[in-house]
Design a protein around this ligand. Structure first.
Ligand code: L34
Length: 278
């Protein structure tokens, strides 16, 4: 039976560190969060980000724009925020409505304020290993792995999913810690066989219950990045928790796993941005 990795507890400890440093050093930090449209999941995540800011003593500025916002309007707002001294971090919540070009939006954010680390400049820095910010979700996953006390060095690590936001940077962070890393995707042959090699398995597919027990090695660390909303309104990960938890050594739950970590790392990045901009 796997031990549960408690993302709520690990994220609370990180937020406390951020709060204590801000209070101790009298740091003024501000985060602007831009949300466009009415996606209910995005609304929940943005509210959680606001609450975390309040807890940490970070000033939060929310910009809730209508669904029909144009590129020009959004880029103008980003320019204003780039030039606002009270704003140290800028986050545009994804996904955006389809008339908006996500890539162009991300590239408009000043790299120094890009607390998501989605900008090309920051992605490049992560590749090389010379970075100020780590992308929130992958860095949160690394913190959860560290919390088990298991070292990544020399381990077989398998990441399922190759998105720019999770899969690719996740693989890079595991590599930086000397893991032997495989990235799997929809064209991977014999996915189950590849996954079964993993000492550390990270699922970022976006399909409910995709990872089943036959894909998991006995005793593996299983990190579930998925947050899928089922028709009954319940949240469900990419990992079939009931059966995989019988076989894994460690496993993250959904909710209460990776999600809260994403937000904790965002707080850390906002503090880093504020310190760098001083
Ligand atoms: N720009 N867009 C940008 N940055 C991000 O880092 C995100 N992400 C992802 C979606 N779009 C983004 C988030 O904020 C996913 N994400 C996120 C943030 C918080 C939570 C989940 C995903 C979270 O709080 N999860 C809770 C449950 C929340 C609920 O009840 O729905 C959990 O315990 O998993």
């Amino acid at each position: 039976m796997a031990q549960i990795i408690d993302g709520k507890a690990v994220s609370a400890a990180i937020k406390e560190q951020v709060r204590d440093e801000i209070a101790r050093d009298g740091i003024k930090a501000g985060l602007a969060v831009v949300i466009v449209g009415n996606d209910p999941a995005s609304r929940v995540y943005v509210n959680n980000k606001k609450k975390a800011c309040e807890f940490c003593g970070i000033q939060s500025f929310e910009y809730a724009l209508p669904e029909e916002t144009t590129m020009q309007e959004l880029l103008e707002l980003i320019d204003t925020l780039n030039n606002d001294k009270n704003v140290n971090g800028i986050l545009v919540q994804l996904p955006l409505p389809e008339q908006l070009d996500e890539k162009a939006v991300i590239e408009r954010i000043s790299p120094q304020k890009d607390v998501d680390a989605f900008h090309e400049t920051n992605v490049g820095k992560i590749m090389i290993g010379n970075y100020s910010f780590l992308p929130c979700t992958p860095a949160g996953c690394m913190e959860l792995i560290h919390s088990t006390g298991i070292s990544v060095s020399g381990k077989e690590c398998v990441v399922i999913g190759r998105s720019n936001i999770v899969g690719k940077p996740m693989a890079m962070l595991l590599l930086h810690e000397n893991g032997t890393v495989t990235i799997c995707h929809s064209r991977t042959k014999d996915l189950a066989e590849v996954c079964r090699r993993a000492d550390i398995l990270v699922a970022a597919v976006g399909k409910p219950n995709f990872v089943t027990a036959d894909m998991v090695k006995e005793g593996a660390v299983v990190i579930d990045v998925g947050i899928n909303r089922l028709e009954n309104g319940k949240l469900c990960g990419d990992v079939k928790f009931d059966e995989v938890s019988e076989k894994a050594g460690w496993i993250t739950p959904v909710p209460g796993g990776v999600g809260p970590m994403t937000i904790a790392v965002l707080m850390k990045n906002t503090l880093t941005a504020a310190k760098l901009q001083k």
